[in-house]
Design a protein around this ligand. Structure first.
Ligand code: ADP
Ligand code: MG
Length: 202
């Protein structure tokens, strides 16, 4: 499942490369789509070389590779997120509850590294609600497909919710009030990551 998820993310960031570039062009430096395509291309190579066995090893390899191949803010942030999640998942089979805990660890890692809070117009505005929605769905339904679908919906809503916000972290914050009216690129790619999870678990 984990490797299929990462491969689906690679396809999604490639398909949405131009959209991510345009969103970052509006409030950043237009490299978010390029950064993620470069990063996930390197991740696919690393997975092919290393043949990780557990879900945790797949996610840690993904994070480590993103950290070393993506120069922008999103490389270390996504890198630390995937590594934090992967470190918790050492068993070959992962339960939805364990994945929920791993998503919390990812959110905590992004918060610690980036020091953003909800509403700062960052990837956290998609990641945190997705994480909560995933856990709620696990508690109510218990199955991975419903949890992934709920997380994808929450991440997408979170990404759209960044449009009116003023950026308070990262490059977009340099624009002040001119950052308002644009969807955050990182929140948008986070929504793609959860949509990819929903796609492979459906
Ligand atoms: P850079 O900003 O270095 O060009 P990218 O364009 O790849 O890097 O990524 C930009 C995205 O990173 C933003 O849209 C935002 O979601 C996210 N981001 C930037 N700074 C932070 C932060 N401190 N905390 C959380 N996310 C952040
Ligand atoms: Mg950028």
């Amino acid at each position: 499942m984990a490797e299929a998820w990462i491969r689906a993310i690679a396809v999604a960031v490639d398909e949405h490369r131009d959209q991510l570039i345009q969103l970052d062009a509006a409030i950043g430096d237009a490299d978010h789509g390029t950064n993620l395509c470069r990063g996930f291309t390197a991740v696919l190579e690393a997975l092919g070389d290393k043949h990780p066995r557990t879900v945790g090893e797949v996610l840690v390899t993904t994070g480590t590779t993103l950290m070393s191949s993506v120069g922008g803010a999103s490389g270390p942030l996504y890198g630390t997120a995937f590594r934090a999640a992967g470190k918790l998942l050492t068993e070959p089979a992962v339960t939805p509850k364990q994945l929920a805990a791993a998503l919390y660890a990812a959110t905590a890692a992004v918060t610690q590294l980036g020091a953003a809070t909800l509403g700062d117009k960052t990837m956290l505005d998609a990641l945190a609600p997705a994480c909560t929605a995933f856990e709620d769905a696990v508690l109510h339904h218990g199955d991975l497909p419903s949890a992934a679908a709920a997380a994808a919906k929450a991440a997408e809503e979170g990404a759209v919710s960044t449009i009116p916000l003023q950026a308070r972290k990262g490059r977009a914050s340099y624009l002040g009030v001119r950052s308002m009216g644009h969807q955050d690129p990182g929140a948008t790619s986070t929504a793609l990551i959860f949509e990819a999870l929903a796609g492979v678990t459906r």
